[in-house]
Design a protein around this ligand. Structure first.
Ligand code: MN
Length: 235
């Protein structure tokens, strides 16, 4: 089994023990709490910052509904769906990659939101550097070009979905717009950055203005987390 380990980007989140979607090889054992080590019940990791920590990108009300109602519901639904079924023995990552129907939808939405929260930080918004910046320049022409391409692709997702930046095992970057719960893991690509463009993600603060929301999204992007994901993608 492939080992995949996402460690959250901020110290606050790390101290809260919030990890995303680990797959552990046989013989490795860890307690099933906030590690994503995944046998049900799947537990929603704590938000890696306070509910009002992303202002002015999101109000406290926006985050409290998104994290506390929508994201929480996907975990609750998933646990109900897999209880007593063979899927209960799989990790959240495995359900995202191999799941079907309602199990996939709820597993992927649980995973995607945890990843989304980790892509943002109260101290976010600065520019990436190092290897990640070099890859963005190489594959998109520069940060300005990348932001425009990612923003346009995300704004244009028809209906509900996600805008993703993903990497292949060689480190080649790709922008992947995705409908509903879809995730680049299904394509064998590693997610690096995502924006949630379901209306519930922005409607309290932005009403119908998805484009204005995605423009503001950049002000809180946690590039340290994106860089960590990129380093692991090629590992
Ligand atoms: Mn959402």
């Amino acid at each position: 089994m492939q080992r995949r380990e996402f460690v959250v980007g901020s110290l606050a989140a790390a101290s809260a023990g919030a990890y995303l979607g680990n797959n552990l090889s046989a013989g490795e054992s860890q307690p099933n709490t906030h590690t994503g080590v995944a046998k049900m019940p799947f537990e929603q990791p704590p938000l890696p910052y306070p509910m009002d920590g992303l202002k002015p990108l999101f109000s406290e009300e926006q985050v409290s509904f998104h994290y506390g109602k929508h994201h929480a519901a996907y975990y609750k639904n998933l646990n109900g769906l897999v209880e007593g079924k063979p899927e209960a023995q799989l990790s959240l990552d495995e359900l995202v990659v191999k799941g079907a129907g309602a199990v996939f939808n709820n597993a992927a939405q649980a995973w995607n939101h945890t990843f989304f929260w980790n892509c943002l930080s109260p101290n976010g918004g600065r520019e990436p550097n190092g290897e990640l910046l070099a890859a963005i320049v190489r594959d998109f022409g520069g940060m300005t070009e990348f932001r425009k391409l990612f923003t346009d692709a995300s704004v244009k997702v028809f209906g509900s979905g996600w805008g993703w930046l993903a990497s292949d095992k060689q480190g080649k970057l790709e922008i992947i717009p995705a409908g509903n719960a879809d995730n680049p893991l299904r394509l064998g690509k590693e997610p690096l950055l995502t924006v949630d463009v379901w209306e519930h993600a922005y409607y309290i603060d932005y009403r119908n203005e998805r484009a204005r929301f995605v423009e503001n999204f950049w002000t809180k992007v946690n590039w340290e987390f994106v860089a960590q994901c990129y380093a692991k993608a090629k590992a």
